[in-house]
Design a protein around this ligand. Structure first.
Ligand SMILES: Nc1nc2c(ncn2[C@@H]2O[C@H](COP(=O)(O)OP(=O)(O)OP(=O)(O)O)[C@@H](O)[C@H]2O)c(=O)[nH]1
Length: 709
């Protein structure tokens, strides 16, 4: 275009500078052409300026977003995009890595990124895809992560979309999300540990999703590695052909090329449905304070272009902030379902976000559409084109059911709105999190939150504190009890403090889980003892190999919340693993145990316990609280009660703590400093009447298990 414009513009000029013209003729010609000459010069300059400005905006936008995601890809973005978008659908492979916790998924993902040159050596760090501080500190994957890689196989370029998944049982819903976006899975098994509970659970999930499974035996560099035996074990237990299982060491970089080749050879390419109406499955999303909701999706059918008008089928919602005046939103009875979003930005994850103009069926990418309401773009939703809607949405995901509930209260009551906002945003990134407002006289306003397990609960609390700068008090976790009332009502109760009174309830049912423990035969005895102590009902025991057994028990979920997992690990020296699933409710002899501090009932400390254990738990709880609550300037009785009957009691003796006592005279700033230090120490406490109760006291009931049993 630019060249065309210039040619047009040089023709008249060449006639002006014709050497055969006299000076006067040239002046006249110049004068005649000045108008058009200047206009053309001006418009050409303008065009150039506009182009420069536009490319500057694109660079700025991509630069900003890369720095936010911690990336460093620069000028070759467009070149890279061009190359990638030219890959035919038959050369695309979508796969995820599944394994038991710590079998080496993230380490393998790192090596794949490195081997394909997706991440340069200087940018490489351990657990590259785990970009949350929390994931790095704990060495676990919490969120699934996606990355697009380019790989040359037999002189052809392939586009490999990798999704790394978490291994812990609490985050298995993340695994199910990734599986639906893939055609294949790398099943990583530690060659020294063999098949574990989550290996089995994840394989079943992958088979349900009809994925091609490639077995990979990792950690062959370890002295205790027995890849041949483990290959036989995988064949026996899972029934997967392991004759060609890849032996690898993600740490040492052995077997990485074989894995990449196997991905290309064995995993089928996505189906070519580019001509169908757009259907893209959202498998993850998060809230960006600058750009609104960012959704990660896999295009199942059709294509999506930047600027397309898109429609979220499940939310049945869309909005056009650009084309309709904002005031429309506030007109009563306005039909929100007419709204739609514009895809301002689409792109691929490489693993940083890289803008693209168009994505086709089979590709994995992200979408930003200035979506402000987190409820409008939920994980599991289907994105379609507003102008050419798909008839049916994709199956989506089963809703995750929270198993464990606890109260989250801001230490500073003013932070309540911030906490609500933070939970809202976090829920977008964490589909299993549930919350509803709760208030109590001791704690003020807060939220009752539901989690999939204790690790999930800990992670959410830490993320709220770190990412949203909140200071929180967490109450002891509880499960959801089902209370059959005398008047025939059935009440679901996740908060012991609101359990209907003794006279009003007929019976209490508690959730039961079926738990399967895989253990070397040496630890069968101690694990059976553990399950029996926790009111477990023995169901089945079978040897899955010569040395390993599977133990199946049915046990109350409440007994598993707490240190069951830690006990399982310590009693089996870390060799046993477990997997559980909810099977239903069962009536049980349960009562509510209240705690009184200084004569005042502390609702958040109330728990529901089995009648047989009430006395021992009451005694241990009061002793624990005595250790945890700092001494006050007066005597503090701590009592455990059933109804009005006190079953255990301890007394905290008085102390007069004058931190400035040692300061005789001297500078006032010194005294102030001491008082300030003391005040800081009190921050994490909640005043119950006159007594300050520290955070640890609310979790005391969790720490009792060993002493009570
Ligand atoms: N010796 C040896 N260690 C390995 C190998 N691969 C991984 N590891 C180590 O195993 C530990 C766990 O590795 P990760 O990659 O974090 O495991 P993961 O499966 O991603 O863990 P989660 O995401 O928490 O489920 C780390 O300490 C790794 O350094 C290997 O091939 N050889």
């Amino acid at each position: 275009m630019a060249t065309g414009g210039l040619l047009h513009f040089t023709n008249p000029l060449s006639s002006v500078v014709n050497p055969n013209n006299t000076y006067k003729q040239q002046q006249q010609l110049l004068h005649n052409h000045r108008g058009s000459f200047c206009n053309k010069l001006f418009s050409a300059q303008n065009r150039k300026r506009r182009r420069r400005k536009a490319s500057l905006i694109v660079c700025k936008a991509s630069g900003a977003q890369q720095s936010r995601r911690g990336g460093g890809v620069d000028a070759d973005i467009d070149v890279g995009q061009d190359r990638l978008s030219k890959v035919p659908i038959s050369n695309i492979r979508n796969f995820c890595i599944i394994a038991h916790i710590d079998h080496g998924k993230s380490t393998l993902a790192d090596k794949l990124l490195q081997a394909t040159g997706t991440v340069q050596k200087r940018e490489m760090k351990e657990q590259f895809l785990d970009n949350m501080d929390l994931e790095r500190e704990r060495g676990i994957t919490i969120k699934l992560q996606a990355a697009r890689m380019r790989y040359f196989y037999e002189d052809k370029a392939y586009c490999l979309n990798l999704i790394d998944t978490p291994g812990h049982v609490d985050f298995s819903y993340e695994v199910s999300h990734s599986l639906a976006a893939c055609e294949g899975a790398l099943l990583v098994v530690d060659a020294s540990q063999g098949v574990q509970a989550q290996t089995l659970a994840n394989v079943y999930l992958a088979l349900e999703n009809n994925l091609e499974i490639i077995p990979v035996l990792n950690k062959i560099d370890l002295p205790g590695a027995e890849p041949d035996r483990i290959a036989r074990e995988v064949e026996e237990i899972i029934g997967l052909d392991c004759s060609n299982a890849i032996r690898c060491s993600a740490k040492e970089g052995i077997g990485i090329t074989e894995i990449l080749n196997a991905i290309v050879e064995k995993i089928p390419p996505p189906q070519d449905t580019v001509e169908n109406p757009l259907r893209a499955l959202i498998f993850d999303s998060y809230y960006d304070p600058y750009r609104g909701v960012i959704a990660y999706f896999r295009v199942i059918d059709g294509r999506i272009k930047r600027g397309d008008r898109v429609y979220f089928m499940a939310s049945g919602k869309a909005s056009c902030f650009y084309t309709l005046p904002l005031c429309y939103k506030f007109i009563s009875n306005f039909d929100c379902t007419k709204y739609d979003y514009y895809a301002d930005e689409i792109g691929v994850l490489s693993p940083n976000q890289l803008q693209a103009d168009e994505l086709f069926a089979g590709e994995v990418g992200y979408l930003s559409a200035s979506i402000r309401s987190v409820a409008d773009a939920r994980v599991g939703d289907t994105v379609t084109n507003y102008g050419r809607k798909a008839e049916k949405s994709l199956p989506g995901y089963e809703k995750a059911t929270p198993m464990v509930f606890c109260g989250l209260f801001p230490v500073d009551a003013d932070q309540f709105p911030e906490l609500r906002d933070a939970l809202d945003k976090l829920q977008l990134n964490d589909a299993a999190l549930r919350f509803e407002p709760e208030s109590s006289s001791a704690m003020g306003f807060g939220f009752r939150c539901g989690f999939l397990g204790l690790l999930h609960m800990e992670i959410v609390q830490e993320r709220l504190e770190r990412e949203y700068n909140l200071n929180l008090i967490t109450t002891a976790p509880s499960v959801v009890y089902r209370v059959n009332c005398v008047n025939g009502d059935i009440v679901d109760c996740s908060n012991p403090s609101v359990l209907p009174e003794q006279g009003k309830r007929k019976s209490i049912e508690e959730p039961i889980v079926k738990i399967e423990m895989l253990t070397p035969k040496d630890y069968i005895g101690s694990l059976m003892e553990l399950a029996q102590d926790r009111r477990g009902e023995f169901k089945e025991m079978k040897y899955i190999t010569e040395n390993r057994a599977s133990l199946v028990y049915e046990l109350p979920l409440a007994e598993m919340v707490g240190d069951f997992f830690d006990q399982l690990k310590s009693r089996s020296k870390g060799y046993a693993s477990m997997e559980y699933s909810f099977i239903g409710y069962r009536e049980s002899d349960l009562i509510k145990l209240d705690v009184q501090i200084n004569g005042e009932k502390v609702e958040p400390l109330a728990t529901i316990v089995h009648k047989d254990k009430a006395y021992s738990i009451g005694r241990a709880l009061t002793q624990k609280l005595k250790e945890l609550i700092p001494r006050q300037m007066f005597k503090v009785p701590i009592q455990a009660c059933i109804g009005v009957k006190v079953i255990a009691s301890e007394t905290l003796s008085a102390i007069r703590k004058d931190v400035t006592a040692k300061c005789y005279g001297g500078d006032i700033t010194r005294k102030k400093k001491l008082l300030k230090k003391q005040a800081e120490g009190k921050k994490r406490m909640k005043a119950v009447g006159k007594v300050d109760v520290p955070q640890e006291a609310f979790m005391a009931v969790l720490k009792l298990e060993k002493e009570v049993l």
